[in-house]
Design a protein. Structure first.
Length: 109
């Protein structure tokens, strides 16, 4: 929670223009802090996301590398050391809308 509070304070001080560049540098710095093999996996995931979804903005989210669209986090990378777990995780938030069809309808509607 402390990391999230720091992220919000830093975002409030930045201009919207500088937000993406600062977000990417913060994300890359967080990946560089990770131990292996999470560091290598984080770098590869960053390259894949930037190549396949250039519209997503890199940022930190609760101290984890994440990618946002229209200010909402779509996906994130959680290193194993973050919560002292055995495996790293690449997750998606509800904002990702992974279950919508081509017309934008959810299968549950």
């Amino acid at each position: 929670m402390k990391e999230r509070a720091q992220e919000l304070k830093a975002a409030a001080r930045r201009s919207p223009r500088a937000d993406e560049a600062d977000g990417e540098s913060a994300l890359l710095a967080k990946i560089a802090e990770m131990s292996e093999p999470d560091r290598t996996m984080g770098k590869r995931l960053h390259a894949v996301v930037k190549a396949s979804a250039p519209a997503l903005s890199p940022r930190l989210w609760y101290g984890m590398p994440a990618y946002a669209k229209d200010g909402k986090v779509v996906c994130f990378f959680q290193s194993a050391q973050k919560f002292k777990t055995r495996y790293s995780t690449f997750g998606f938030s509800d904002a990702a809308n992974l279950d919508e069809d081509a017309c934008g309808r959810s299968p549950t509607r």
